[in-house]
Design a protein around this ligand. Sequence first.
Ligand code: SIN
Length: 180
Amino acid sequence: MSIQFDDQATFWLFGYGSLIYKVDFPWLERRPGRIFNWSRRFWQGSHDHRGTPDKPGRVVTLIKTPGAVCEGMAYRITAQEFAHLDHREKNGYVRLVTDVYFQDATQATGVVYIAAPDNRAYLGPATEQEIARHIADCAGPSGENSDYLLQLAHALRELNEVDEHVFTIERHLLALRSGA
Ligand code: SIN
């Protein structure tokens, strides 16, 4: 599927990671939304935000999972915002067109940034405990990797979303911090 870009056009951007809580772009409308058949996973490396090329942090990407639901936040934005967003998400993410579903049962065609397993920063699966240890030990130009995790977990709770992958990593991280 392809989208025609012109300066007047607006698009729904679906955010499922830092795009839920770090909104450094103008938007026209914002609505909680969901997409189907994708799971949020801390399987992407971060060389430029929450880690460095020598010591990449871990951030979320989406993994194709038939039957899964991923909750997030959708923003209606103009095409001009993609220059900034493409730069922000440049470490392995590409834009994908997807259907976004809203709480009032309406839907729209949207755009989501996904880091596929063939990108050079991809780290892949690990246990939630290993991921928490990894996150506890990393930082990059955008701050500590643990802040990314904690802010995402907080933002998901505000959306009334239960994401066991994220919340389990958060529990492990908090246990590490308390010396458990
Ligand atoms: C997103 O938030 O939608 C993409 C991943 C990220 O920037 O954390």
